[in-house]
Design a protein around this ligand. Structure first.
Ligand SMILES: Cc1cc2nc3c(=O)[nH]c(=O)nc-3n(C[C@H](O)[C@H](O)[C@H](O)COP(=O)(O)OP(=O)(O)OC[C@H]3O[C@@H](n4cnc5c(N)ncnc54)[C@H](O)[C@@H]3O)c2cc1C
Length: 407
């Protein structure tokens, strides 16, 4: 008779862990409090599920223990993940290194994971509220729920973070981990929109534009990223905003002032941008404020930049003094907005913070504090950048824990 394994949470990492544990011959039960497993998976990658990414580097992950994520990925990486998906029937395709199921349907990933779970005889216990979770005797665990009591030799905590709680991850996993003595590094929203001060955001809502977004606090650049920024009526969104948002969240949580500084000509150094504007003035001396940046930036953004530089729509730029042109350049290369907050956990794709990884063995994902307890996925103090890195973290940690915890 194989081991008995309890998996708390039927998300990406929990399903992967359950499959690997069952393949070791373990008798596995998933305790899931939602009415179905894998709800978050369905909304990943805008419904297409960006499963992973060919490019894995240390700086794709943030963790209190810098080398921890790559140590884990060194044991179960992208190729192992693709083999795992191939085995359950998911063929993939790559778009510039970003890997998706070939059908580009997140639901297909969940369907095939669930078929494998079923084939292996894993018990899916949905609508299951955990009332008590504790160690039982020397190495065993007990879960008392609204649907009965489960015992196991191994407990895999895969309850996720606080991000997108509508999909089930309401932060209750942190409390359970704390119950076994684990330290929780304060969870904060990450991969999330930034709320900014400024009347012009209402005007800019809906505008998309290539830019570099830098997060600056007290004169120090904390992070920067280039890509398509999306303006909303309250601030900024889009992938580069998401990538830097965790740094804004951390500084704001420490009570520090935070600014987002946007560079709308990220491919040009300051002098190049200046020469570009001067060249445009020479070539097109008849253009007024209204049209001067038309064709360079989206119209609404052009209007805001011209207005911020104090140029009237009817004024010819060629007749403005150098100071006004410099000011315009300043707003184009360093558009400043005070960040008042990030959006909440409800809108965040992931969380920074979580269980301190110094309390977990990178080789097995087993707790150093409670033998037989394994911690996987986003509950840990690891957050990846956009691009498939967070799901890769869920697959890697889930598969490693399932393999070791199920044997
Ligand atoms: C909108 C959106 C899009 C995303 N897109 C991508 C993407 O394309 N690529 C990518 O890599 N990452 C993406 N992510 C991030 C990725 O989905 C998560 O990092 C990943 O799902 C985390 O896996 P997990 O198993 O740790 O947690 P989850 O997937 O959140 O699963 C946790 C499970 O535990 C259950 N649970 C929680 N508490 C309890 C409890 N007390 N009792 C029982 N069950 C419990 C939950 O209901 C849930 O089913 C996206 C996230 C969001 C919100």
């Amino acid at each position: 008779m194989g081991k008995k394994v309890i998996v708390v949470g039927g998300g990406a990492s929990g399903l992967a862990a359950a499959i690997l544990a069952a393949r070791q011959g373990a008798q596995v039960t998933i305790l899931e409090h939602m009415d179905r497993v894998g709800k978050k998976l369905l909304s990943t990658g805008n419904g297409r599920c960006n499963l992973t990414n060919w490019e894995m580097r240390e700086d794709c992950y943030h963790c209190g223990q810098k080398d921890f994520p790559m140590k884990v990925l060194g044991q179960f990486g992208v190729e192992d993940t693709l083999a795992f998906f191939e085995e359950i029937g998911i063929t993939v395709k790559s778009k510039k290194g970003y890997i998706y199921p070939r059908s580009e349907q997140a639901s297909a990933v969940l369907d095939m994971l669930r078929l494998e779970v079923k084939r292996l005889g894993v018990q899916e216990q949905t609508g299951c509220e955990i009332k008590e979770l504790r160690q039982k005797g020397n190495r065993g665990f007990l879960a008392r729920t609204n649907q009965g009591v489960w015992t196991g030799n191994t407990l895999i905590l895969a309850a996720g973070s606080r991000a997108a709680p509508a999909t089930g991850s309401d932060g209750s996993g942190y409390k359970m981990a704390r119950g076994f003595g684990h330290t929780i590094i304060r969870p904060l929203p990450a991969l999330v929109q930034l709320r900014c001060e400024g009347r012009f955001f209402k005007h800019l809502a809906g505008v998309r534009c290539e830019a570099r977004v830098a997060i600056v606090s007290q004169g120090e650049v904390l992070a920067g990223d280039v890509g398509e920024v999306q303006f909303t009526d309250y601030g900024i969104s889009g992938i580069p905003t998401f990538q830097v948002s965790r740094f804004a969240a951390a500084a704001l949580a420490e009570g520090k002032p935070v600014e987002a500084v946007l560079d709308f000509l990220p491919g040009m150094e300051w002098e190049e941008a200046e020469a570009f504007l001067e060249g445009r003035i020479k070539k097109l001396p008849h253009l007024t404020g209204k049209d001067f940046l038309t064709g360079v930036f989206p119209k609404k953004l052009a209007e805001v930049l011209i207005r911020l530089a104090g140029i009237e729509p009817g004024e010819r730029i060629s007749q403005k003094p150098p100071g006004a042109r410099e000011e315009l350049l300043g707003h184009i290369k360093a558009f400043e907005a005070v960040v008042t907050a990030t959006n909440s956990f409800e809108q965040a794709q992931v969380c920074s913070g979580g269980v301190d990884t110094r309390e977990v063995f990178a080789e097995t994902m087993e707790s150093k504090l409670a033998p037989g307890l394994y911690l996987v996925g986003e509950i840990l103090d690891v957050d990846g950048i956009c691009g498939g890195y967070n799901l890769q973290w869920a697959w890697s940690t889930g598969c490693i824990a399932g393999k070791h915890g199920g044997a």
